[in-house]
Design a protein around this ligand. Structure first.
Ligand code: AMP
Length: 532
């Protein structure tokens, strides 16, 4: 067989050759829509590549982006890696010190930044050593000393430019973990790992991406490549719909209707208010094209699945992944072995994090070694595969996150059932140990969030003299609703073990979130440290 490299330029060539006229549409900052095709995107990606080279970028150099999901970001997604450089997507919600840390550690030479995010960058400019700042703006009046993205791209002749040949194992992109503890850690994705992830994630037993789909990634392109969807859509010819910075429920529903979106992907904190909006006015939007919402990043609450399906005929597809796993690791689809289960049991299967996608291998390790796949014994999830990180960037001190035989230790505490379906019980640091037994904070949170008056619930451990730790629930009530501690305890009684019921409830306006929309339990633990 030929030794044919698995590199991203092959995806780009295919995007032009077989579906060059498929559309890529973006909602601009001002609410108007930008439309062009994959062929247009490829032309501008080559122009951007040449422009970056003229600015001094060489193979292996890091070029950062601080951008929302839009067509220019897609151009950078191809231009930077296909010219041999490394795309470093930066999460603008990082704390300032972490932003400085990641830019300096990655040694970013150039950054492409949205004008609307320029303020984020401006605050740290004197602490990083960038050579050029390229600003993507609607009007073109960019800050002094910076370059305007469109002028730069359109002013560059790339007619005869061809992307260079590359090694499939060279770095294509990098992303930092969101760093809930300690400094963020960098993960380098190779061309080969992204290409294989693109194949693996598009399978029907995974995200099942089709050419006929119109896909709107709500998951940000600044975190784990928007779950790989930009590359998957480009390879298969699915229409891409970018929401820009319009991520509120009304804007998303409007975009779903207008662009006949069939599939969208996001974290639960995006889908929960969107479901509420749909419940409020079920007939306002024509969502007949929309068949699947992919959810991941945090566990999907049951109500989200049942109400989306029963009331709105939209399937919820639950998936699990991490920055270190590119990200797709497991997906909860129904398989032939689940065919005879009741509807309720099928829901339970689909609310687990699911089976590993092909070429990802999973196992869990407890105190006494690798745990049996019996759906009961908990252990820390370990994974390996061609798109799982083998180390962190410049962090030999993080070697303990890899086992001696080369598996990645995820920090997620899971059970795996006999069919290979994995369920996350908790993050290892979030589990609550009460009287020698484990309480899953995730299960408690999801059960609480299935109460109609509860918008959000996070459960943390507080120290207890007798039981070592006991759960404390931090609750945000749905607008216009009221619920008391006693009512919540009564609600939980038939649903969880009696000793799981939190001793204390705190009602708050909002739960602090991490840069990627997960509950910031560290902050909650600090806030409620005195409670016991
Ligand atoms: P990140 O690297 O920021 O994407 O975070 C990865 C972590 O998010 C995982 O280790 C899990 O703890 C959590 N996570 C991701 N997907 C899910 C899911 N479907 N259910 C529960 N937790 C999830």
């Amino acid at each position: 067989m030929m030794d044919f490299p698995l590199t991203l330029d092959v995806i780009l060539r295919r995007a032009v050759a077989t579906h060059g006229q498929r559309e890529v549409v973006t909602k601009r900052d001002d609410g108007t829509w930008h439309r062009y095709t994959y062929a247009d995107m490829e032309r501008r990606a080559r122009q951007l590549a040449v422009a970056l080279q003229k600015l001094g970028i060489e193979p292996g150099d890091r070029v950062a982006t601080i951008c929302w999901n839009h067509y220019a970001h897609l151009e950078a997604y191809f231009a930077i890696p296909c010219s041999g450089a490394v795309l470093h997507t930066i999460n603008p919600r990082l704390h300032e010190d972490d932003l400085v840390y990641v830019m300096n550690e990655a040694e970013d030479r150039i950054v492409i930044v949205d004008q609307t995010m320029y303020a984020v960058l401006e605050k740290v400019l004197d602490r990083v050593s960038l050579e050029h700042i390229i600003v993507f703006s609607a009007e073109g009046n960019v800050p002094e000393g910076t370059l305007d993205y469109d002028t730069l791209v359109e002013g560059t002749d790339a007619q005869d430019y061809e992307f260079p040949e590359m090694e499939e194992r060279q770095a294509a992109a990098m992303c930092y973990t969101s760093g809930t503890t300690g400094r963020p850690k960098g993960v380098l994705y190779s061309h080969r790992s992204i290409v294989l992830h693109t194949f693996g994630s598009s399978l029907s037993s995974a995200m099942s991406v089709q050419e006929s789909d119109s896909i709107l990634p709500v998951v940000p392109m600044f975190h784990v490549n928007a779950w790989g969807l930009p590359y998957t859509c480009a390879m298969l010819g699915a229409k891409l719909v970018f929401p820009g910075r319009h991520l509120d429920s009304e804007s998303l529903l409007d975009a779903f209707e207008r662009e006949k979106v069939t599939v969208s992907a996001g974290v639960p904190t995006i889908w929960i208010p969107l479901l509420d909006k749909l419940n409020e006015c079920p007939d306002q939007y024509d969502l007949s094209a929309l068949h699947t919402l992919i959810v991941g990043g945090s566990a999907a609450p049951k109500r989200l699945m049942t109400e989306l399906e029963d009331r709105h005929n939209i399937r919820l597809l639950h998936a699990w992944g991490m920055t270190e796993t590119t990200p797709l690791g497991t997906v909860a689809t129904l398989r032939p072995c689940h065919a005879k289960l009741s509807e309720d049991q099928q829901h339970a299967v689909r609310l687990r994090q699911g089976h590993a996608v092909p070429f990802v291998e999973i196992r869990a390790r407890g105190d006494e070694g690798i745990v049996p796949w019996n759906g009961k014994t908990m252990g820390e999830l370990e994974v390996r595969g061609p798109w799982i990180a083998g180390s962190y960037y410049k962090r030999p001190d993080a070697a303990e996150q890899f086992t001696d035989d080369g598996w990645f230790r995820t920090g997620d505490i899971v059970t795996i059932d006999a069919s290979g379906s994995m369920k996350i019980e908790d993050r290892s640091k979030d589990l609550i140990k009460s009287g020698g037994e484990w309480i899953s904070s995730i299960d408690l949170e999801n059960t609480l969030m299935s109460h109609p008056a509860v918008a959000e619930a996070a459960v943390i451990a507080i120290p207890h003299v007798k039981w070592t730790e006991r759960p404390l629930a931090v609750v945000v009530t749905r607008e216009g609703n009221h619920v008391s501690e006693a009512e919540l305890k009564e609600y939980l009684l038939p649903l969880v073990a009696k000793w799981w019921i939190p001793d204390a409830f705190e009602f708050v306006e909002a739960i602090p979130k991490t840069a990627t929309g997960k509950f910031k339990k560290l902050a909650l633990r600090e806030q409620f440290a005195g409670k016991s």
